[in-house]
Design a protein around this ligand. Structure first.
Ligand code: CTP
Length: 411
């Protein structure tokens, strides 16, 4: 999965307000993090902020002009603060000095940023940064309490060394922490916010000796696409992955790498009780060598063959089906060649699933290794949705729709 696909702020337009504190030098880093997470960012700054950070830096990282003048002499009729507030979905002021917080709490608009703030009626985050005495002073406390009471989100300052040489509370929260808060806020508005989903993906490798294994051609693409789509919808995803070259970067995905079916079984059965739902897409090896040699098995010159004795691996999906509580949703995959629908329905019943995703091996472009897939989603009530051949991301969206509908029942 490349970076472009892991963009939790995709489609969001954010104004970063910068006021005149030393922490303004960290504002470009925050802008960069937000842009990297998929947001479009424009900066509005005070005159004092420009003592600490240049407009060129902010313009370069945001790819937008910086709004700093209340009256633009080149365009005297400009109402930038009006159009900018309409353009944005949310705004964050980082750093927010005691001065800008005081202006906002008391309705003072005497420059570009404070005027914009007074007219801004959408989600607003403020990241205070000042010395400890100012932070503890009654004027600031009254102002910040007033902002909180009026729905402004405060990203609290932290303790540490301050620019004035003292140590105490007043350091602006780190850009990474601010970006994470904005991402978490945006995720909460998503349909699967608060839902924990377990996904298994990829192949398993069953060790023969120290250099050989039994594996399969699964690449993990379907399971990784599912994890990504569910995370973008706000779910907290635990992705248990067999060996694969794929990577994830969405902050809602916690990845646990395993190698063998037994390890996948141990991890999945440990994670399932804390999950609201699980979708098992891994191509788990049904058998493993009974004894794995811890050295490389040598061939003997007089040997004309070799016999490996295999034993059955535990069925992870069937085990989770037995563990499943009333409030949990469980989905699996079925790869079938004959009597596809009947076999999938039988698997759904036998493994106590809520839905099953039927993959047909008859369709060109579907299944292992391809970027596309063609599936039929069958649920316990007998509903059947047959899709066309589409990208694995688009198939993942269809499966996520099913999961969203089924988990809604328990909310
Ligand atoms: N699965 C599992 N653990 C196993 C084998 C399979 O969790 N040891 C899961 C897969 O992740 C998939 C589903 O079971 O979601 C179906 O796997 P499949 O190989 O199609 O079916 P099997 O149950 O193994 O049955 P058969 O091989 O007889 O078709």
């Amino acid at each position: 999965m490349d970076d472009k696909e892991a963009r939790p702020l995709q489609g969001k337009k954010i104004i970063v307000g910068v006021s005149g504190g030393i922490a303004a030098y960290k504002a470009p880093l925050l802008v960069r993090l937000l842009v990297k997470a998929g947001a479009e960012v424009a900066c509005a700054v005070t005159e004092h902020a420009l003592q600490f950070v240049t407009p060129l830096t902010l313009e370069t990282v945001s790819q937008h002009p910086v709004y700093s003048e209340l009256f633009d002499h080149a365009n005297p009729h400009t109402t930038e603060h009006i159009s900018l507030k309409d353009w944005a979905d949310m705004m964050v002021v980082a750093p927010a000095t005691a001065n800008i917080i005081g202006k906002l709490a008391n309705g003072i608009g005497d420059d570009a940023l404070s005027t914009l703030l007074l007219s801004f009626r959408k989600p607003l985050f403020v990241c205070p940064a000042m010395n400890t005495q100012m932070l503890e002073g009654y004027a600031y406390r009254r102002n910040i309490d007033y902002l909180i009471a009026n729905g402004v989100n405060i990203i609290e300052s932290t303790s540490g060394e301050l620019a004035c040489g003292t140590t105490g509370n007043g350091r602006m929260a780190e850009p990474e922490a601010i970006a994470e808060r904005l991402i978490a806020y945006c995720s909460q508005q998503l349909p699967l916010a608060g839902i924990r989903v377990l996904i298994t993906a990829g192949p398993t490798y069953e060790k023969i000796d120290s250099v050989r294994f039994i594996g399969n051609f699964s690449t993990g693409k379907m399971g990784f696409a599912l994890a990504e789509v569910l995370a973008r919808r706000g779910a907290s995803v635990c992705l248990v992955s067999g060996p694969t070259h794929l990577t994830v970067s969405h902050p809602n995905i916690r990845r646990i790498d395993v190698v063998s079916a037994q390890q996948m079984y141990d991890t999945a059965s440990r994670e399932f009780p804390q999950s609201h739902a699980a979708i098992l897409s891994a191509a788990v090896a049904d058998f493993r060598p009974e004894h794995a040699a811890d050295h490389k098995i040598k061939k003997q010159n007089d040997q004309d063959g070799m016999t490996l004795h295999l034993v059955q691996n535990p069925d992870i999906l069937a085990t989770l089906g037995k563990m499943k509580r009333e409030d949990q949703v469980l989905g699996g995959f079925a790869l079938e060649t004959d009597n596809e629908v009947e076999n999938a329905q039988r698997k759904l019943q036998k493994k106590n699933l809520d839905f099953i995703v039927l993959n047909s091996l008859h369709d060109a472009g579907a299944g292992f290794g391809h970027d596309t897939n063609k599936v039929t989603i069958i649920d316990r009530q007998g509903h059947m949705d047959s899709g066309v051949l589409k990208s694995k991301m688009a198939v993942a969206e269809d499966i996520a729709d099913k999961l969203t509908a089924l988990t809604e029942v328990h909310r």
